[in-house]
Design a protein around this ligand. Sequence first.
Ligand code: ATP
Ligand code: MG
Length: 566
Amino acid sequence: MTQTNRSAEDIKRDGPDHFIREIIKGDLASGRESKVVTRFPPEPNGYLHIGHAKSISLNFGMADEFDGHCNLRLDDTNPVKEDDEYIEAIQEDLRWLSTEWDGNTLHASDYFEQLYAWAEHLIEAGDAYVDDLNAEQIREYRGTLTEPGRNSPHRDRSVEENLDLFARMRAGEFPDGAKTLRAKIDMASGNINMRDPVIYRVLHANHPRTGDTWCIYPTYDFAHGQSDAIEGVTHSLCTLEFADHRPLYDWLIEHLPTPSVPKQTEFARLNLTYTILSKRKLMQLVNEGVVEGWDDPRMPTIRGLRRRGIPAEALRDFARGIGVARADSAVEYGYLEFCTREVLNKISLRRMAVLNPIKVVIENYPEGESELLDAVNNPEDETAGMRQVEFSREIYIERDDFMEDPPKKFFRLSPGREVRLRYAYFITCTDVIKDANGEVVELRCSYDPASRGGESPDGRKVRGTLHWVDAARALSAEVRRYGHLFNVEDPAGEEDFLTAINPDSKTVIADGKIEPALASDPPGAYVQFERLGYFCVDRDSTPDRPVFNETVALRDTWKKIQKAQG
Ligand code: ATP
Ligand code: MG
């Protein structure tokens, strides 16, 4: 395949080269198409997840890159599983994620009347028939991969009889499953999808949009390509599992007087390590109470990732950056973390929070006094400005930042050792207070008043810089820390994915000590707890009880992986 030269900027903006871009370029160059039209076609039977973000990125991205258009089309042909709740959520999630969606929502159900007419067209041409076989019999007659199928005894009904029966199906004369409409193709085809596929079924079910208007519904195969054609979709991009359906897709377009001829191209779906990406399984996690809902910050749903504190920009960068291939593979979860850190580093406010506190008393600091010290809100963003943090005789530091008997490379606080308190002073540990069990409960320190702002007064160096909060002003917060929801890389590969649940995926710190500025950050705000990681204000947060979710730790495992791979 020819890879045309794209600049480094093109690649940064639109992602790496891939075969779909080349196909589109070819179709535009040859004049086969003059304007690119794509669509993102979720079925409203669950919430969007990060796999959908890949499809969104590809479909909206290609349309945008080539000055075309991408439709959101709800593929709402199975009323039994579909619900208004999902319809609303899909639109809300897309609005949050996409910068390119025009805000219009199309529906396969809008085309039911046209699809019905086209089914009649097939009947009239002798290309479809009403069958009386039930689902089980149809399966039996279908044959196997190695054996051809057998013709249904009803395959040779006359056009008149078929038209009459199909009309009566629509009129509601038959119970669910009693009759189907099937395309008359080839029961001996090597492709099972071509063995007289069912294109309409009887289903007495209320549809979220069409209500009780219909009691027969088109199947995915009959609705999808025809909806594409109605919308003038040029490139119908779908995941690999539909490759075997392509001959049927083309057959239907060929046998119907559609206003356009769309072309289906398949790409590999996103798999992400330590993650499940199947709506059915995600629903199971919610229904069985493994997680606390669709927006649980451990869920790979768009709203779970959003609540976790992953900005839309990071998700877009991820979805673009992973590229598009023809073969299945799994993307490292670390790459999502990498993209998240890249964005959060630019936009998050730096704050201080101590999650596992130990008190430090600075004995030579005057009792009853305090002072305000300058702190930078975001060194990556000058416009974020400064704030002041209050400092006094008693502060908290992380328990982990002290060791009574440290190993050689521990550069933090220990008896006799001097460290810097960020934005504040140099302090030296002078004494360790323990309880009756020998546990350290408080540290005594002295400070050097000449080191105000954390500057060395005489050129002497300290190895460690610690974050801290003032004990009297610190607020208490709930901080939720998260690990992977699964403890194996490929949970979908387990016999029962539920056995691979990580029991420690959520840890709640009930009494984290935070600097007061954090209490006024609104839900959704992105913050960096200095030296710990990126966090965001959860929607459960109230002024009296701030709640934070850990988004991602600071440690960059992805860069390490990259380095290791050269
Ligand atoms: P699931 O397997 O999770 O139930 P689905 O394919 O049934 O997903 P749809 O709502 O039909 O979900 O998907 C809408 C679009 O998103 C389809 O074009 C589908 O191919 C695409 N899509 C779904 N999952 C992924 C994924 N993991 N990676 C890339 N694209 C995906
Ligand atoms: Mg689907």
